[in-house]
Each structure stands twice: as structure tokens, then as C-alpha cells.
Design a protein around this ligand. Structure first.
Ligand code: THU
Length: 160
């Protein structure tokens, strides 16, 4: 028997002004995108903004439904929109911003497990990781270099 250890690193920025202008702008787009969320049930607003290699930015927000399980997360709405608007376009960065209308959140929220799986499959398809910028309503910004950092031991198409 042997024991394996997994390591993952992420960077923490105290404020957007410490980041590159491009990343700070993308976070701003994500923050604006959450205003378009339809979240009457959870009151939890999520915005995602995706920067493509072609320079375009595609945004998404969570879209809920009275039949709760049908609700769509912002990250998957954004990645679906990428494939619709710019099929096969390469993603460079995804920024995710949140706001809970019931209480202030001073730390980033990481994507849910289902969104991590979809993020990782996009990385697999484009054969390159992309950076994730995570932001709460206030507080620090977390930067991950790949979706795989948030989903180790990933199930990916190579198994099939
Ligand atoms: N949500 C997202 O949009 N992204 C995530 O990664 C986590 C959860 C949404 C789904 C639902 O509309 C609300 O947040 C509360 O779960």
C-alpha cells in the first residue's frame, strides 16, 4: 500500500485592482451578468463571463425554474452560449461572481460539482486549461489555473 497526496495551488488577490486589467474587466463583466440572473427561488445570483481566444466575451447567469431541478447554473449557461455563438472557440478565462440577496457573502463561491465537470470537459476538448477567477460580493478573489484544480481525479472522455 502507498499513500498518494494531491496538491493544488491558487492565488488570492485582495482586490481586482491588483490583477491584470483584462482579468479585472472580466470580473466586472461577470458581476454585471449576475444582474440578469433569474433566481426568485434561491435569491442567489451568479454571473459568469468567459474570455475567448478571439477576444470576445460571452456571459451567462443562473436561470431557475419553478421545477427546481431544471434550474441552470451560470457557468453552464455561459459555456453553452460559447458553443452556440462561437462553435469550438478556445476559452482563456472564466470569471464567476456571486451575490446572495439574503446575506452578504465576503468570499468567493466555487462552481458546483456539475459545473466543474463541464468546465473540465471543455478544457479536455480544447486541449488546454483555462483560468478561473472567483469573486464573492466582497472580499478576496481566488484564481485557479485550471478547472482540474477544483476537480482532481476527473472522469473525462479518455475513459470511454
Ligand atoms: N448556481 C450557479 O449558477 N452556479 C454554481 O456553480 C452554483 C449554484 C446557482 C444555481 C441556483 O440557481 C443557485 O445558484 C442556488 O444554488
Amino acid at each position: 500500500m502507498k499513500e498518494e497526496h494531491l496538491q493544488m495551488a491558487y492565488r488570492v488577490f485582495e482586490r481586482a485592482a491588483e490583477m491584470s486589467e483584462s482579468d479585472a474587466n472580466l470580473l466586472e463583466r461577470a458581476r454585471k451578468a449576475l444582474e440578469d440572473a433569474y433566481a426568485p427561488y434561491s435569491n442567489f445570483f451568479v454571473g459568469a463571463a468567459v474570455l475567448l481566444e478571439n477576444g470576445s466575451v460571452v456571459v451567462g447567469s443562473n436561470q431557475e425554474n419553478a421545477s427546481f431541478p431544471l434550474s441552470l447554473c451560470a457557468e453552464r449557461v455561459a459555456l453553452g452560449a460559447v458553443e452556440s455563438l462561437f462553435p469550438h472557440a478556445k476559452v482563456l478565462v472564466m470569471a464567476i461572481s456571486i451575490r446572495n440577496q439574503k446575506k452578504p457573502i465576503d468570499r468567493p463561491a466555487a462552481p458546483c460539482g456539475a459545473c466543474r465537470q463541464v468546465i473540465v470537459e471543455k478544457e479536455w476538448r480544447q486541449k488546454a486549461p483555462f483560468r478561473l477567477l472567483l469573486q464573492g460580493e466582497s472580499g478576496p478573489i481566488y484564481v485557479f489555473e485550471s478547472g482540474r484544480d477544483l476537480l482532481p481525479l476527473t472522469f473525462d472522455p479518455d475513459y470511454l
